[in-house]
Structures are given as structure tokens and as C-alpha cells.
Design a protein around this ligand. Structure first.
Ligand code: ZN
Ligand code: ZN
Length: 177
């Protein structure tokens, strides 16, 4: 079992320009916040594949791949939901290059794997975390879970007071001729 690695000092790998390496590591992405709710990463320790190569300009080309899930409230019905995604993210860091080629996860040769995998996981997630794709959500009238209550759950529409008044008018039978 690989050791847990949240940060990695890249110069310690002693790559020569153009050389690449693949590492199998385990990291712990921080919990995510989506729509004001907290989502736990499952499993807590995520096996990742990290590919890195030293470019000829003594920068790094990096790629991380893993599968992980997040666990938290369904955004429709608030029951427990788990969504699993495949993450494949790349970063390039080229010192002295333009700003876009400056990875926010690499500072002084130290790669912040935990922060990168957290952000990459957040980006790979669907816009909504649901307990199931067709979650029916909660009844807007009474808050009942419509997955459990079923399609027949409904409320009588509120009565229109004008119709109420009409219904109180005594309907007289037609006069006999
Ligand atoms: Zn749901
Ligand atoms: Zn209801």
C-alpha cells in the first residue's frame, strides 16, 4: 500500500529534462462545499495516479487521475447521496513563462497534491448531487419526500372563494310548465 502523500517535493525526484515518472500515491482531498452544504470525500484516502515530467525549460507537466466519490445531502430531497466521478486533470508549470502556465498547486518545487485533487474533484462533479438521477425531491406544499410518497401524492388546490360563494347558491329545480 503506497504511503499517504499530501505534498510532494518535486526536485527530490531528481528528474532530468524530458524525463517523466508515474507514481501511485494515496492522498486525502479536503471535504468539499457545494451550495453551502458540506460533502465528504469517499474514500477518505484516495489512491491516485500521478504522472509528472520535467520539461526542457525546467518546468513540470503534471497529470493526476483517480476515482472518488462525494457523500452528502441530495440537493433535491436532502437524503444521503453519493456521487462517484472519474478525475483526469493536468497542470503545467513553466517558471518565467506567462501567468497561465504557473500552477497554483506548485510552489518552490512542492506540489500540493491534496489541494489539487480537491479542486480537480470539485470540477469533475456534476452541477447537482442527487440521491438518484430522477430524484423527485420534496413536496413544495408539505415537505414530504416524494420518492417515498409516490406519484399519487398531491394536495387539493386551494378553493377559490368566489367558487365557494357560487356553490352556496341554492340551485332551484326548473319550473314545471
Ligand atoms: Zn434525492
Ligand atoms: Zn405534500
Amino acid at each position: 500500500m503506497p504511503l499517504r502523500t499530501d505534498t510532494l517535493a518535486l526536485p527530490g525526484l531528481q528528474l532530468s529534462p524530458g524525463e517523466g515518472r508515474r507514481l501511485d500515491l494515496i492522498t486525502a482531498p479536503a471535504p468539499l462545499e457545494l451550495g453551502g452544504e458540506r460533502y465528504r470525500v469517499v474514500p477518505q484516502l484516495v489512491p491516485i495516479g500521478l504522472e509528472l515530467s520535467l520539461t526542457t525549460g525546467s518546468g513540470y507537466a503534471l497529470r493526476v487521475r483517480f476515482s472518488a466519490g462525494v457523500e452528502g445531502p441530495c440537493m433535491r430531497c436532502l437524503e444521503a447521496a453519493v456521487v462517484t466521478v472519474d478525475v483526469d486533470a493536468r497542470e503545467v508549470s513553466q517558471p518565467g513563462g506567462v501567468e497561465e502556465l504557473d500552477s497554483p498547486y506548485l510552489a518552490d518545487g512542492v506540489l500540493d497534491i491534496s489541494a489539487w485533487s480537491h479542486d480537480a474533484l470539485a470540477l469533475a462533479l456534476p452541477a447537482t448531487v442527487l440521491c438518484r438521477p430522477d430524484c423527485a425531491g420534496l413536496c413544495p406544499e408539505c415537505g414530504a419526500n416524494l420518492n417515498a410518497a409516490g406519484a399519487e401524492h398531491h394536495h387539493e388546490p386551494p378553493r377559490d372563494p368566489r367558487l365557494q360563494a357560487l356553490s352556496e347558491i341554492v340551485v332551484k329545480p326548473p319550473l314545471d310548465r
